[in-house]
Write a protein that binds this ligand. Sequence first.
Ligand SMILES: [Zn+2]
Length: 270
Amino acid sequence: MNFYQVRLAGIAVIFFLLLSTTNLLFHSPEWDVPILGDLEENTACKQSVCTIPTTSSKLPTTFPIYTRDSSERKWIALTFDDGPDDRFTPKILNILRREKVQATFFVSGKQIRKNPTVLKRIAREGHLLGNHFENHQDLRKIPTEAVIQELRETDRLVYELTKKRMGLVRPPFGAMDTRIKQIAANHGTKMVFWSVDPKDWTGRTSEQIIRDIKKKTRAGDIILLHAAGGWDSLHGTVSALPEIIRYYKNKGYRFVTVDQLLQIPGYLTK
Ligand SMILES: [Zn+2]
């Protein structure tokens, strides 16, 4: 072997050692349970409840992922992700209070730490809190221990401020794989996605958001909106909200939190 071949071999050995150490560090036996049956990865399933069989004795026999309610009730759930912040979330809360409507907020730990009083206000005004993990990153790309930490830390913060244990989770970007589902199931939580996405965070105007929602929303739908973000583009959401609410109320619809819509517990009792 010449000098370059020796150096290449050396790099390969170091790389291999690093890989095995990482695996050892993050491979916790607690999570060493069979992988769940395959569901189309990284997308919300197309049915209202996707039930994935589990084979672990530690888990219930199925793990559901909810996207909408299939009953004929004229109920709709508004959900707001990525908050709380001190710009858009309070405005959204003001509108909901004025319209006497309850919604669901999937909150992230990073934002709670910056805006604890807004988080408390969400709970105090009767809205449901769901876990949107701590740092809003693609959970598929981080080690298992870090995913668990993201989930638990957000839970801990909400519990500290509201004495409530969140029973529902929604992974950032809806990005998930069998490992993420397994972690959520082990944690005793249910996963809630959505069925209507007007992509409000892309800077759409209120007219565009309203048109899109009116075109797509039926009884039982879960609408995805945002209450915060690293962008300057939720003005459309805030101005669209009153009209969306009044339009559906006038048609005899009722706005409910996702636990009411799906008839599942929003908070854990343990
Ligand atoms: Zn998000």
